[in-house]
Design a binder for this molecule. Structure first.
Ligand code: ZN
Ligand code: ZN
Length: 144
């Protein structure tokens, strides 16, 4: 086990060797591409791209309620894993531990959404009836 100082929070102790440019992106094992990170700061840096990507994705699609949640997840991720918080807690903390970030805010359905639901309810009912008929017919044929 390697012992050293974390490049992010400066904690002295067991450290992981983090690849600055990931191996799958062609990063090598040379010293210039490696940095020592304590385990929480290592988890933090690996968790960040997906959370950022989700936020950028939602921003591009411009759906307001989803942007709010994506932003909240990103903010919690940063807050929970600031250098100060990691020093205090000594562990990585996921935004999932905040239950607010799990849910999209409820939006009042628009007339279009209501109409879409009504049409789909009718369509489902038709499909169910057709299915029942088919099953009844199959059962009859088996008996003969
Ligand atoms: Zn650290
Ligand atoms: Zn790493």
């Amino acid at each position: 086990m390697r012992v050293g100082n974390c490049v992010r929070c400066a904690a002295n102790g067991p450290v992981d060797r983090h690849h600055i440019k990931m191996r799958m992106e062609g990063g090598g094992d040379e010293d210039e591409n490696l940095e020592d990170r304590c385990v929480p700061c290592h988890q933090y840096i690996h968790a960040t791209p997906a959370i950022k990507e989700f936020l950028e994705h939602e921003r591009r699609h411009g759906q307001a309620d989803r942007i709010v949640v994506a932003q909240l997840r990103f903010d919690r991720h940063e807050e929970y894993n600031s250098v100060e918080q990691i020093r205090l807690r000594g562990t990585y903390k996921s935004y999932w531990e905040d239950e607010v970030t799990h849910f999209l805010p409820l939006i009042e359905p628009t007339p279009e959404i209501k109409e879409w639901r009504r049409l789909n309810r009718n369509k489902r009912q038709r499909e169910n009836r057709a299915f029942d008929k088919k099953m009844a017919k199959a059962a009859k044929e088996k008996k003969c």
